[in-house]
Design a protein around this ligand. Structure first.
Ligand SMILES: C[S@@+](CC[C@H](N)C(=O)[O-])C[C@H]1O[C@@H](n2cnc3c(N)ncnc32)[C@H](O)[C@@H]1O
Length: 262
């Protein structure tokens, strides 16, 4: 068994099952980016740092809207996918700077109008001291007045939803049956997300994702330890992107959005 943590191999494995699993540049991503621009009050041509950028869906759209994006991800495979996703949409055009790196020490110079951690990119580490390192690195890279935008799992929602989803062939991967199950660990405050792929008569279990999820006071505390003084919590509308700042609904908001400034 490998000693490497799950987050070093899970996302490349997901992208290999189907690139759609690494996130599509679709209407949902457009709605997320609309909200990011609004919450962060991004200036025209604003510099955006996307940590754990995955297949680049937000960075690509922000760059297409005239911003200047740097996307950082640990996975070589998903960084290659992000570049490919850009090149397909914008052949021959210079795009975001996609770079392999660790979100705890992003290999990035300069200051940014906004730092993003989307789709629960914050939450992979076992120890909150490592999450604090990420938020501190984000704070260090924000210009005065810049904004941190996080999209996290809402523990109040996930605590009583032990879901199993079935994706038949054609719905995610062309030829595979996929089972995805989510289980909440109340002592750890984490959601375990396990994906099993059935293909060509074989069964494969991908590295199980274990994501930390914080209650609003917990994430406000972690953000303030990283130097953020203003923290606003916004609940999603079910599985949909919030239409704007609104209340957090424990029954309905699958995700928590956090807007923080120094
Ligand atoms: C759930 S995906 C989200 C991707 C993207 N933000 C989106 O919304 O489509 C989490 C991403 O974080 C990346 N990641 C995990 N651990 C990381 C680390 N220590 N440093 C940088 N990226 C990391 C993964 O490779 C993966 O692409």
């Amino acid at each position: 068994m490998s000693a490497s943590p799950w987050w070093t191999s899970r996302f490349g494995a997901l992208a290999a099952v189907d690139p759609a699993f690494a996130g599509l540049v679709d209407a949902y991503a457009e709605a997320q980016v609309d909200l990011i621009e609004r919450l962060a009050e991004l200036p025209p041509g604003g510099r955006v740092l996307d940590l754990g950028c995955g297949g680049g869906r937000h960075g690509i759209l922000l760059q297409e809207r005239g911003h200047s994006v740097v996307g950082v991800d640990l996975s070589q495979e998903v960084i290659a996918l992000a570049q490919e996703n850009w090149d397909i949409r914008n052949p021959g055009v210079d795009g975001p700077h996609f770079v392999v790196g660790d979100m705890r020490a992003p290999p990035v110079e300069g200051s940014f109008s906004a730092v993003l951690l989307m789709d629960a990119s914050l939450g992979v580490f076992d120890d909150d001291a490592e999450h604090l390192r990420v938020l501190t690195a984000a704070a260090d890279r924000l210009e005065p007045g810049g904004a941190l935008v996080l999209e996290l799992l809402n523990p109040y929602f996930w605590a009583h939803r032990n879901l199993t989803q079935h994706f038949p062939p054609g719905s995610v991967a062309p030829n595979a049956d996929i089972l995805r199950s989510y289980r909440f660990d109340p002592l750890a405050g984490r959601v375990q997300d396990r994906i099993t792929v059935f293909e060509d008569g074989k069964r494969r279990v991908l590295p199980t994702q274990s994501l930390r999820c914080w209650t609003p006071p917990e994430i406000a505390g972690l953000s303030s330890a990283a130097g953020f003084s203003q923290v606003q919590i916004i609940g999603s509308d079910g599985w949909q992107v919030p239409s704007g700042p609104g209340r957090l609904d424990p029954e309905n908001s699958a995700m928590i959005w956090v807007l923080a400034r120094l």
